[in-house]
Ligand binder design. Structure first.
Ligand code: DSN
Length: 424
């Protein structure tokens, strides 16, 4: 059985809310969390997010604030900035963006004007809303043109990217995405961006921890700007960073503040500084490589069970499963797996004939389970559970899902998650 973290003041002030927090702690402890953009932060990162730093307004940047009393905040933010520069090998870092979408919006504000053409990977092919997709402000205020993947390989077609860039002359090219199971070829994007005189923004939100840990090539020599959230594979608090060459530092900083945001979230900045300290430790390299090894082992085990994986496998932390051959829609599978304690998200697959709210696939990943210490030896077991869960979803077999729920909880109890102690 799991035991929730003690929050005595919260429990006394608002038992209803405390109960919900406790229930979430138990859920995160008992379930197999496979959403590739999620993770478990360390207890230390959790503590940093709950500090009195959140009481302080700090509009501006270290040494140039619009409020007094910044003796400590300036040092905290400088620590985060310097650590980001060291971990990623960049000339400039801004740690103030509230999350990934505002970070990307700041890049637009820095390098484009409304109506300009911008280019990114289309959302259903694996990109992100903020890469110029129509329903996003970025696709409404800008002329978003989108590249995809090849039908036969499900990999980016650089001839298509180059042709589109030459034709459309975008001001900004985004690379990276949210459902890309393969290595991002930053060098190829860099070459195309230079040819058409575009700013290349590498959105490494999903893979930042892999880049920091040396398990994915770095965009640094090729991208003008690097955008990332801090809470995915990087295992930090919910927040974001923009990093760049020194030449773009002023434009980036001005776009974040005063362009888009007010006061930075200083408690988050502190937790980012801490997460970067953790990411600089040798053990984080092991973690990043273990995330990839687990994803590859899970992909192999799923292939052996007849699952159709987009692009045939993975190079990173993420596996995108097309369930068409199993005759179970992605949403039906995701909801059934959730009842079995296996938490995934339904997702479009490239060229999906179904709608985004009822797509053909599910998206899974290994950052969270690797944070709990699960290794490659357990990936066949997880593939078996997914197989049984999807089959049960197709048949409406709730008994099988309930049996799975018990097996999952039993295994999870043996692998305590960071920040979520499990009683012996
Ligand atoms: N919501 C994130 C994800 O799950 O990939 C992207 O912003």
């Amino acid at each position: 059985m799991t035991q929730s973290l003690p929050h005595p003041a919260l429990a006394a002030a608002d038992p209803e809310l405390a109960a919900l927090v406790g229930a979430e702690e138990r859920l995160q402890a008992d379930t197999l969390r496979l959403i590739p953009s999620e993770n478990y932060v360390s207890t230390a990162v959790l503590e940093a997010t709950g500090t009195v730093l959140q009481n302080k307004y700090s509009e501006g940047y270290a040494g140039r604030r619009y409020y007094e009393g910044q003796q400590n905040i300036d040092l905290v933010e400088t620590l985060a900035v310097e650590r980001a520069k060291a971990v990623f090998g960049v000339e400039h870092a801004n740690v103030q963006p509230y999350s990934g979408s505002p970070a990307n919006l700041a890049a637009y504000l820095a390098f484009a004007r409304p109506g300009d053409t911008v280019m990114g990977m289309s959302l259903p092919m694996g990109g992100h809303l903020t890469h110029g997709w129509g329903v996003s402000a970025t696709g409404t205020w800008f002329n978003g043109v989108q590249y995809g993947v090849r039908h036969d390989t499900a990999r980016i077609d650089f001839d298509e990217v180059r042709d589109l860039a030459r034709k459309e002359r975008p001001k900004i090219i985004f690379c990276g995405g949210t459902a890309v199971p393969r290595t991002i070829d930053f060098a190829a994007f860099g070459e195309i961006a230079r040819e058409v005189d575009a700013v290349l923004v590498a959105d490494i939100a999903h893979i930042a921890g892999l880049v920091a840990g040396g398990a994915h090539p770095s965009p640094v020599p090729h991208a003008d700007v690097i955008s990332t959230t801090t809470h995915k594979t990087l295992r930090g608090p919910r927040g974001a960073m923009l990093m760049s060459r020194a030449t773009h530092a002023k434009a980036i900083d001005k776009a974040v503040f005063p362009g888009l945001q007010g006061g930075p979230h200083n408690h988050t900045t502190a937790a980012i500084a801490l997460a970067l300290h953790e990411a600089a430790a040798p053990s984080f390299r092991d973690y990043a490589h273990a995330v990839v090894a687990n994803a590859k082992a899970l992909a192999e085990a799923l292939l052996a069970r007849g699952f159709d994986l987009v692009s045939g496998g993975t190079d990173n932390h993420l596996v995108l499963i097309d369930l068409t051959n199993k005759d179970v829609p992605g949403k039906v599978a995701a909801k059934a797996l959730d009842r079995a304690g296996i938490v995934v998200n339904y997702n479009t697959v490239p060229f999906d004939p179904r709608k985004p709210f009822d797509p053909s696939g599910i998206r899974i990943g290994t950052p969270s389970l690797t944070s709990r210490g699960l290794g490659t030896d357990l990936m066949p077991q997880i593939a078996e559970w997914i197989d049984r869960g999807v089959t049960a979803a197709g048949k409406g077999d709730e008994e099988e899902l309930a049996a799975l729920r018990g097996e999952v909880a039993e295994l999870m109890a043996r692998y305590p998650a960071p920040g979520l102690p499990i009683a012996g």
